[in-house]
Design a protein around this ligand. Structure first.
Ligand code: 13P
Ligand code: SF4
Length: 336
C-alpha cells in the first residue's frame, strides 16, 4: 500500500507543482485511471482545452459554467480538475467537502494574473458607486472583491439582469467586457486584462484564410480582440462554439479559440473540416501553455497519490462564494 501522505511525495509536489515520479512505460494509464476512479469514488472534470487523452478519460467535459455547475453538485468524494488553477479553486469554493486535485499546480492563467487583487481593490475604491462583475477567470481573492461572477456563456444575461442605469465595473477581460458592452448597449468600466492565447490571433491571416476558404464560417471566443469578433459568424463560449458547429449546416469552420476544442468538434462532426485560426507568428500560440501543463501521466499520479490538492482559507472561500452563488442563481433563472 502506498503512503500517499509520505514526506517524499509531498516535497516533490512542493518543488515542481506536480508529482515527478517515473512511471512504468508499459502501464495502461487509461485502464489504471478508470480503476482508481472507481476505487476512490473520484470524478474527472475536464475543460475543452485539455489534451485529447485527458478529454477521453474525463467524466465531464465542458466550459467554465458547465464545469462549475458540475463541481457544485457532484457526489464524488474526489474531484480531479483537469483544467487550470482558478477552475479547481472554483470547485473548492463551491464544494468544500470534496477533495479537489489539480494535476499541475503551476497551471495558471494569464488572464487571471492580469488582475492582482490589491491593485483591483484600489481601483474599485475609486468607483464606490459601481457594482463589480468579474469573469470567472480570476483568483479567489478577486472573486472575494466582486458582486457577481460571470462566464462567457452567461455574461450577457447577467449584465442584462441589472437595471440599465446601474454603474458596472467589468473585470478582468477587456475584450469580453467590450463585446458585452456592444451587444447590450451598456457602458461598463473595463479593467485592462486579457488572455495571451486569444489575443494572439492574426486578423490579416484569418482574412487570407477566409479568402482561400470562402465557405468556411469563423467561430470566435469573446476573449478575442474586437476586429476578429467583428468578422466572426458566431461568438460564444467553448460549449457555444461546439454546439454551433454541430447544428449549423456548413462544412468548414475557422476556429478562433484554444486548439483543444477541436478534439470534441471533430468527434461530434467527423465529416466537417475545422481549421485552427492562425496566430500572428509561427509559434503554437493557440495552445494555452497553462492548460497544456496537465498531462495524462500527471493526472494519473495526482489521482493515485491524491496530490496536489487545492485548499484555501475558510473566510476567503466564503467571501468568494457569495458572488459565485449570485451567478448560479441568475444562470438557473435563465435556464443556463
Ligand atoms: P469557456 O470555456 O467558459 O468559454 O472559457 C474559456 C477559457 O478561456 C477558459 O480558460
Ligand atoms: Fe487563461 Fe487564456 Fe489559458 Fe483560458 S486560454 S486558461 S483564459 S490563459
Amino acid at each position: 500500500m502506498v503512503d500517499i501522505h509520505s514526506e517524499k511525495i509531498q516535497s516533490s509536489v512542493n518543488e515542481k507543482g506536480f508529482l515527478d515520479i517515473e512511471l512504468d512505460p508499459t502501464l495502461d494509464l487509461f485502464a489504471e485511471i478508470e480503476k482508481l476512479k472507481k476505487e476512490k469514488n473520484a470524478v474527472i472534470l475536464a475543460h475543452y482545452y485539455q489534451e485529447p487523452d485527458i478529454q477521453d478519460v474525463a467524466d465531464y467535459i465542458g466550459d467554465s459554467l458547465g464545469l462549475a455547475q458540475n463541481a457544485a453538485t457532484t457526489e464524488a468524494d474526489i474531484i480531479v480538475f483537469a483544467g487550470v488553477h482558478f477552475m479547481a479553486e472554483t470547485a473548492k469554493i463551491l464544494n468544500p467537502g470534496k477533495k479537489v486535485l489539480l494535476p499541475d499546480l503551476k497551471a495558471g492563467c494569464s488572464l487571471s494574473d492580469s488582475a492582482p487583487p490589491p491593485l483591483f481593490k484600489a481601483f474599485k475604491e475609486k468607483h464606490p458607486d459601481h457594482l463589480v462583475i468579474t469573469y470567472i477567470n480570476c483568483s479567489a481573492g478577486m472573486k472575494a472583491l466582486s458582486d457577481i461572477i460571470c462566464t462567457s456563456s452567461n455574461a450577457q444575461k447577467i449584465v442584462e439582469s441589472l437595471p440599465e442605469d446601474q454603474k458596472i465595473i467589468f473585470a478582468p477581460d477587456k475584450n469580453l467586457g467590450a463585446f458585452i458592452n456592444k451587444v447590450t448597449g451598456r457602458n461598463m468600466l473595463l479593467w485592462n486584462g486579457a488572455c495571451m492565447v486569444h489575443e494572439i490571433f492574426s486578423l490579416e491571416k484569418i482574412t487570407k484564410l477566409k479568402i482561400r476558404h470562402p465557405k468556411a464560417k469563423l467561430l470566435a471566443h469573446p476573449e478575442c480582440e474586437e476586429p476578429i469578433l467583428a468578422i466572426a459568424d458566431y461568438v460564444g463560449s467553448t460549449t457555444g462554439i461546439l454546439k454551433y458547429s454541430q447544428t449549423d449546416g456548413s462544412q468548414e469552420y475557422i476556429v478562433a479559440t484554444e486548439s483543444g476544442i477541436l478534439h470534441q468538434m471533430e468527434k461530434a462532426s467527423p465529416k466537417k473540416t475545422f481549421i485552427p485560426a492562425p496566430p500572428n507568428n509561427a509559434c503554437a500560440c493557440n495552445d494555452c501553455p497553462y492548460m497544456k501543463l496537465n498531462t495524462l501521466e500527471k493526472l494519473y499520479l495526482c489521482l493515485k497519490y491524491e496530490t496536489p490538492e487545492i485548499n484555501m482559507d475558510e473566510s476567503l472561500r466564503l467571501a468568494a462564494k457569495k458572488p459565485m452563488d449570485r451567478m448560479m442563481e441568475i444562470s438557473a433563472r435563465y435556464g443556463l
